[in-house]
Design a protein around this ligand. Sequence first.
Ligand code: FMN
Length: 317
Amino acid sequence: MWYALGVLNTWLTKQLGLEIPIIGAPMGGRAGGLLAGEVSRAGGLGMLGAARYTTPEWVAAEAAIARRVGGSFGVGLMSWALDDDDALLTAALAEKPALVSLSFGDPAPYVDRVKDAGALVVSQVSTVEDMAVAEAAGVDAIVAQGTEAGGHTGRIATLTLLQEVLEATRLPVLAAGGIATGRGLAAVLAAGAHGAFVGTALLASPETTGPEYAIGRLLAARSTDTVYTDVFDKARHQPWPARWFGRAIVNNLSDKFDGAGASEDEIADVYDPADPDCGVVYAGQAAGLVTASRPVFEVVKNIAHDAEKQLTRVCGM
Ligand SMILES: Cc1cc2nc3c(=O)[nH]c(=O)nc-3n(C[C@H](O)[C@H](O)[C@H](O)COP(=O)(O)O)c2cc1C
């Protein structure tokens, strides 16, 4: 029987009433209500990726889908973007999410509003100094997000950062970045994490949104085929603070412009979201572990099942 030994029961599963300690990572442009709902239906908690360029109407519509498919859900927002306009936070809280992540920037101005709305609040951090800022802001848990993660991230590897953060805080800690199999989930749980954000592992699933070529590009990519770059932000005129580049699958656009010192307009002129060689597919180094397009439900269940097997084996040693 699955999950029989309780090795997957953690602070996270207890707080949110989950079967398994897996959070479907918020992924702007790729994680809408269907994907989030399927993660929740599989026993974890799925999150909507509310990118800076999305709208309150999108949040409301996708939250309704997530609720219908999976019951509860979370929403991921960028603190630095809320500093300009917090309409997406207002829209998210109106949908009564179980979890809100306020990542990339200081979450302090927003934490009380999230707690007052009855949601748990976490923050993805890239350094131990970021962790101290999030802790001071009053978040419920920290997510140590390593550089191997897909999308925007910092420069320190998941396992290194996870160890640093676990040593530095008494708050519950989750891990993000490169966790795509039961082995990965078992490893971070064994290290002391209470759960994991899983993103890239879900990106070949039919429940994702995004350009039609994205799944094929991911399936063809090896773990060596990603690049950590600001080229795609410049191409799309997204004003991300320079300390967070994005990790994406390499293509002609990144080959031509990464580190080349071109202006935003020069890159934007070549950018073409309809063309896989000049668009963007954000994905992490776990791309090499994603070799088939499988339903989200199956991916999540398999990660949990295999993690339980690994942990049970280790416990028995
Ligand atoms: C396509 C994509 C989009 C992302 N968008 C967001 C986002 O909007 N907000 C956010 O907090 N994190 C975002 N992330 C980061 C994820 O929440 C998470 O940290 C990451 O996917 C975990 O690493 P993994 O991809 O190796 O599983 C994104 C990641 C990907 C792959």
